[in-house]
Every structure is written in C-alpha cells, then in structure tokens.
Design a protein around this ligand. Structure first.
Ligand SMILES: Nc1ncnc2c1ncn2[C@@H]1O[C@H](COP(=O)(O)OP(=O)(O)OP(=O)(O)O)[C@@H](O)[C@H]1O
Ligand SMILES: [Mg+2]
Length: 278
C-alpha cells in the first residue's frame, strides 16, 4: 500500500524541495516506486526533476488535479529515473487556495484525488509550499506522515512550533492518523560550533524522530537543480549525494515492511520510534 508523505515547513528555503527530490530519487534507485507531487506554485520540484511547466498551458498540473478537472493518473509524468514519476505544478496553483475557499470538503480535495493512484506507488512525496494555508492542510490531510526538513540555524526550533500546531489541528479535526515521519537536519556545516550546538539542541528536543543522517551544506546540491537533475544523476560522489543515499537507507529501514523482509531487505534499525514530544 502506498504511503503518502508531506514534506513541510512553513519557513522558506530550508531544503524541502531539495529533500523531496533527492530522497525520492534515491529511493527509486533502490527499486521503490515513487511519485513526487509538486504542491508549490513556485514549481521548484518540477524544474529540479526536468519537468518544469511554468508558462505551459497544455500539460496537466497539480492545479487541475486539485480542482477535479483531470484525474491524478492523467497528470503523472515520467522522469529520467526509472520508478520515479512527477505531477508537476506551476503558478496556477496559487489560485487554488482562493478558488477552493467556498468548495465542499475543501480540505479533502487532494486526498480524494490521490486515492485512485495511491497503490501504484510505494511512496508519494508532496513538496509543500512555505505556508500553512489550505494547500498545506490538504497535503497533511492526504498524508500518513509529515517529514520536516530543518535548517540548523538560530530559531530553528521556534519556527517549527507553528507547523506542529497545524499538525495537531489536522490530527484533531481531519486526519487523526497523521504521524511525524521525522526531522531531517539540512545545510549542516559541522565545522561551525554554533551549527553543532543547534544540531544537539534539535536532537535533544525531538529525540529519535531526528534522522541520524544529516544533510551537509554542499554546493553540488544547489547546482544540480539548475540542470534539472537530482544529485544522483549529477554527481554521485558528492557529499550531498552520499548523504541523501544514506537518508534513503535510513528512511527505508524505518519504514521496513513485512513484504520487504521476504525479499531479503533486512535491517537492524528500529522502525518508527515514538517520541513523547511529537
Ligand atoms: N544541503 C544543501 N547545500 C547547499 N545548498 C542547498 C542545500 N539544500 C538546499 N540548498 C539550496 O538552498 C536553497 C533552498 O533550498 P530548497 O529550495 O530545497 O528549500 P525549500 O524549503 O524548498 O524552499 P521554499 O520554501 O522556497 O520552497 C536552494 O537554492 C537549494 O539549492
Ligand atoms: Mg520548495
């Protein structure tokens, strides 16, 4: 059964899209069937996977899917990587937030649209915009879990409390099964003392929910985006690529499923360790 995961943090530029695209691509290399749903009008995930639709009026996008104009299946596009598909987005998606205000079951539009394709994939990642409006609420309502990229910098924890309040509200009112997939520290520079201190603070606060793998600041990760390629197709030996492959391994170990064990994918990692603060 497909697992839907929102990649969310209302703070801009913390590595949501970079994490969505590169974790998704790394999982596909491990034979997982993965879909990236671009849910940000900026369309960064689409361009990072070579599927930009800015200014394109023909190709179906997340906007049409959300508005019920096309099925999700009709909006799926293949990427350069086997087993990795995308539903792209462009600036039209901005309008959806306003157009849906008066709609019936407006918070369930995405959930309903994804129902028919959910089981075609092992994982569906939703790259959320840097806001906590109706789009992000739709994403959280459609998801089993939320993955939170966190930039190791001052006030990182203060920023995240707003997101946690939204998660709590979604759990109470719409989707009681919503879990925290984990927190991924991004753009880490281990040589800077302050960064190390912040990383320690975040690990103290969120405990086992923080992935052991952190993503270092690595110029290759920003370069590959402008070439429309995930890091695995751009520089497989870069520190950034190695980190995302490690993250994918850790992610799969946490999500280990009985049928994977039968195929021989074993791991000693503990699956989904709970933490009281989440
Ligand atoms: N580990 C990293 N090392 C170096 N640059 C990075 C790293 N992660 C992300 N970047 C760069 O930082 C910028 C912001 O990253 P990204 O677009 O992934 O963040 P975001 O949270 O999706 O932003 P937004 O909130 O605008 O959607 C981008 O230019 C990206 O290429
Ligand atoms: Mg983004």
């Amino acid at each position: 059964m497909g697992k839907i995961i929102s990649v969310a943090n209302q703070k801009g530029g913390v590595g949501k899209t970079t994490t969505t695209v590169n974790l998704a691509a790394s999982l596909s290399l491990a034979d997982q069937r993965v879909l990236v749903l671009d849910f940000d009008p900026q369309g960064n995930a689409s361009s990072a996977l070579g599927a930009s639709v800015q200014g394109d009026e023909e190709t179906p996008t997340t906007y049409q899917v959300l508005m019920g104009e096309v099925t999700a299946a009709a909006a799926i596009r293949k990427t350069e990587i086997d087993h990795l598909d995308i539903i792209p987005a462009n600036t039209h998606l901005t309008g959806a937030e306003i157009e849906l205000v008066g709609a019936f079951a407006r918070e369930a539009k995405l959930k309903n649209a994804l129902a028919e394709i959910k089981d075609k994939y092992d994982y569906i990642f939703i790259d959320c915009p840097p806001t906590l409006g109706l789009l992000t609420v739709n994403a959280l309502n459609a998801s089993q879990s939320v993955l939170v990229p966190l930039q190791a910098e001052f006030f990182a924890l203060e920023g995240i409390s707003q997101l946690m309040t939204t998660v709590k509200l979604v759990r109470e009112n719409l989707n009681s099964a919503l879990e925290i997939e984990g927190v991924v520290l991004t753009m880490v520079n281990p040589t800077i003392k302050l960064t190390r201190e912040i990383e320690g603070e975040v690990r103290n606060h969120f405990g086992e929910k923080v992935f052991k793998t952190h993503i270092p600041r690595n110029i290759k990760l920003s370069e590959c985006t402008s070439f429309g390629k995930p890091i695995v197709l751009y520089d497989v030996n870069s520190k950034g690529c190695i980190a995302y492959l490690d993250l994918a391994r850790e992610f799969m170990a946490r999500n280990r499923r009985p049928e994977q064990d039968l195929k021989g994918n074993t791991s000693n990692e503990q699956a989904n360790v709970e933490h009281p603060q989440l």
